[in-house]
Design a protein around this ligand. Structure first.
Ligand SMILES: CC(C)(COP(=O)(O)OP(=O)(O)OC[C@H]1O[C@@H](n2cnc3c(N)ncnc32)[C@H](O)[C@@H]1OP(=O)(O)O)[C@@H](O)C(=O)NCCC(=O)NCCS
Length: 148
């Protein structure tokens, strides 16, 4: 499995949109095509590729000089629970550390809170609704010992 950046407007970005739609939107009866994605051109897109096939993806959106928000984390259904999510986040953490990022924040779906907790993220605040389902705010300090 190869970790790669995905350039906005590339062929790989089209595959990323398809994976995100399949994993994160269609199960909720939603369609990514209905959303304004224009801000995504200024965000970093990362993926795990098996040849040219995208198996997992995530986006890092800058908040300020040392903080990034991760969004739209998705692993292809047939490959979930096999370590790809962990591998992708480990690679993303390493890349963001090199860029000077110290803190990552994200909105985790309730069902994914345990996954992020395994990767060093802590929940904060109360549950809130996004895309119609419960979420928790989570935060990870990349400089903290033990963070993958
Ligand atoms: C949530 C998701 C990204 C996790 O990726 P994954 O490849 O399935 O997870 P991994 O196999 O890499 O698991 C890594 C670790 O987290 C644990 N884990 C995985 N999913 C978990 C979950 N839903 N709850 C609790 N723990 C979980 C694993 O047991 C594993 O633990 P270990 O490495 O300490 O043994 C993926 O399952 C997915 O895309 N789910 C559907 C979409 C989604 O919910 N995206 C997140 C939006 S916020």
């Amino acid at each position: 499995m190869e970790f790669r950046s995905i350039a906005p407007a590339s062929e790989a970005y089209t595959r990323e949109l398809a994976l995100r739609n399949e994993v994160l939107r269609q199960p909720l009866g939603l369609d990514l095509c209905d959303e304004d994605l224009s801000a995504e051109a200024d965000q970093q897109h990362f993926g795990l590729f098996d040849g040219e096939t995208l198996r997992a993806c995530v986006i890092a959106a800058p908040i300020n000089e040392s903080t990034v928000k991760l969004r739209q984390m998705a692993v292809a259904p047939a490959f979930q629970g096999q370590g790809l999510g962990r591998l992708l986040l480990e690679q993303v953490h390493a890349r963001l550390r090199r860029q000077g990022c110290a803190t990552i924040v994200l909105h985790a779906r309730q069902g994914a809170v345990g996954f992020y907790a395994r990767l060093g993220y802590r929940s904060e605040g109360s549950t809130f609704t996004e895309v119609g389902i419960p979420h928790r705010r989570m935060r990870c300090h990349l400089t903290e010992p033990g963070t993958p």
